[in-house]
Design a protein around this ligand. Sequence first.
Ligand SMILES: NC(=O)c1ccc[n+]([C@@H]2O[C@H](COP(=O)([O-])OP(=O)(O)OC[C@H]3O[C@@H](n4cnc5c(N)ncnc54)[C@H](O)[C@@H]3O)[C@@H](O)[C@H]2O)c1
Length: 383
Amino acid sequence: MRPNQVIAEIVKDENMPATRIEVNIADEKPYDVRIGSQVLDNLGDWCCRIPSITQAPQALVITDSNVEPLYLARAKDSLVRAGYKTSDVVIGAGEASKCIDVASEIWEAMAGLGLTRDCFVVALGGGVVGDLAGFVASTFMRGIKVVQVPTTLLSMVDSSVGGKTGINLSAGKNLVGTFCQPSYVCASTDTLHTLPEREWRCGCAEVAKSAAICSDDFFFWLLDQAGAMAARDEAVVTEAIARCVVFKADIVAQDKTESKGVRECLNYGHTLAHAIEKMSGYGVYSHGAAVAEGMRFAMQMASEMLGTSKEFADTQAQLLDELGLVRLGWKANPEEVLNVMKRDKKARGGQVRFVLPLDVGKWKLMDVDDAAIIDALDKWMCE
Ligand SMILES: NC(=O)c1ccc[n+]([C@@H]2O[C@H](COP(=O)([O-])OP(=O)(O)OC[C@H]3O[C@@H](n4cnc5c(N)ncnc54)[C@H](O)[C@@H]3O)[C@@H](O)[C@H]2O)c1
């Protein structure tokens, strides 16, 4: 197989249908993403088949206080059945746990449990657990393996794949982190049944984002399936996750460390979204709701600056509406929004950078000058 090739195929997992996607990034060990109902119960079996962790003396499951009562026992049972000694650390649910204090507590716990370099971490939860657990695993003893077990739609379609880990500082989100590809990703779609609606929509925004910048095929498929997606239809959800993972894996394979101007396309909608989240206070709007707003805003800018068609703008708006991602009606002073955007870690040399859609599946990374941003924000706030 050539490097950077992403292989997606449907496989039978011991009578359990699952979609297997092989992620193959140059200079990294290839890893599988398995997507399917109940694949959590086969977690241990699949870990056993990964040479780097087959012989691991211990697996540490890191999860949060919401996921613990729902899925920790299933994850640990599966690992124990496969012969692993297991232990766990439960963090408080929510973004506030993605910080150095909690990371430090976990490092101490890892040392106290006698974890050695051949042990591995299982990140069981949403993107908060995934980013934090990936970070502590990639730094403990200069790096031990991590298996991602995402339990939110957002983490299945986005954060569990691609290897970005991180914690927040008071100065901003994700300011400290590492690149660390997982050894395996286990996306058990049955865990999504317990996901609150707000978190569901949050993930839907990332699916819509991926579809809009990926291809006609993905975008119009999602448009057709938007009702089923909003209703969490199992087959549609599985296919949406698989399409997102294939797309993200392909982008990451081209630009692992976001240094070639390719991976940044995944930030579509995020320039305004980060400002909305920061200015309104984290948690007031969900990240996904803010991303959807940011996609609409970037589309408006693209229409004016690059002549992106009204038809694409209307279709994107229809898709977001159908996924339950309606306009927020968020208002703020444009000058203040610009200042916040300039302080974002994605800004380069004081220039604010946008991913602007040209057409379905086509986009342009653009440093936009201050006057044009103020002008666009003025119009946006008046709508
Ligand atoms: N590493 C990356 O590439 C990347 C990409 C996108 C986002 N992120 C990060 O991901 C984080 C957001 O992730 P998220 O949206 O998954 O948030 P999250 O991890 O906070 O999960 C959202 C909420 O859902 C709960 N939950 C999780 N799974 C559940 C389930 N199956 N049933 C019921 N409740 C469940 C959690 O306890 C939490 O309260 C942010 O910190 C963001 O920076 C990282």
